[in-house]
Design a protein around this ligand. Structure first.
Ligand SMILES: [Ca+2]
Ligand SMILES: [Ca+2]
Ligand SMILES: [Ca+2]
Ligand SMILES: [Ca+2]
Length: 244
């Protein structure tokens, strides 16, 4: 057998075993395991719940958790029956992870088949971490946002007082000064804990800035003096709408 043929066979064996869920693989960020998963023999796909029967090995493919796919490496990491093609297949602006790139760390798309999964990349914002059991922002943790994680459950309907659970499971406002959620009545925004009822740079909701037509935030609404924001062509100066 020629050297290239041996290499092809070796890659195929690697695809069957390493590509089918050994979560000790470099770049894998799933829970620590106790060793390689036990191969499950199969004859058809029906023998393999949630995955498929690899026709070459007759072993059920075991997707890694999270099932990060590396494009063009000949390995089917997410058991989708395909090695992902390189490029931006889901059109979210972030290219698929290529061999040698770590899916964690914001250099590539850890799931290039879902536009609601991508890391922050350049001017492109990371996908919001929604409660879907997937790692939407490719940081290696699934559903770690305050809206999803169990550590913030005690906040009830007041979960905007925090933004994330730590690895240890503690609910915190990561932009705040402490290691707790914001105090009652405050919201965890990008600039820390604020009162969105009165904060002119987070008026009503995080990031809502009262512009030159206003000079204050009252009850979550921008206003000029005791009144509404100024009309177009007027500026709010010393609490009064005036021509600039
Ligand atoms: Ca692959
Ligand atoms: Ca993409
Ligand atoms: Ca995440
Ligand atoms: Ca998620």
């Amino acid at each position: 057998m020629s050297r290239s043929a041996y290499q092809t066979v070796a890659l195929g064996v690697l695809a069957i075993f390493a590509g089918c869920g050994d979560d000790d693989r470099p770049g894998d960020v799933g829970p620590l395991d106790s060793g390689p998963p036990t191969p499950v023999s199969c004859e058809t796909d029906t023998d393999c719940p949630d995955t498929y029967c690899n026709p070459g090995s007759l072993i059920c493919c075991l997707p890694a958790d999270p099932p990060f796919e590396i494009c063009g490496d000949g390995i089917d990491q997410n058991c989708s029956r395909y090695d992902g093609s390189c490029g931006d297949n889901d059109g979210d602006g972030v290219q698929a992870c290529r061999p040698g790139e770590n899916p964690i760390g914001g250099v590539c798309d850890c799931d290039d088949e879902r536009s609601d999964v991508r890391p922050p990349f350049g001017d492109i914002a990371g996908a919001p971490e929604i409660c879907d059991r997937a790692d939407n922002d490719c940081n290696g943790r699934a559903d770690e946002s305050a809206a999803c994680c169990e550590g913030c459950a005690s906040l009830g309907d007041d979960r905007t007082r925090a933004d994330v659970c730590t690895v240890a499971g503690d609910c915190v406002c990561s932009t705040g000064s402490g290691t707790d959620p914001c105090a009652e009545g405050q919201t965890c925004c990008g600039s820390g804990c604020v009162d969105i009822q009165t904060d002119a740079t987070n008026c009503g909701f995080c990031g809502a800035v009262c512009t030159g037509s206003s000079d204050r935030c009252v009850a979550g609404n921008c206003g000029c003096g005791d009144g509404s924001p100024c009309d177009l062509n007027y500026e709010c100066l010393a609490g009064v709408c005036q021509t600039p």
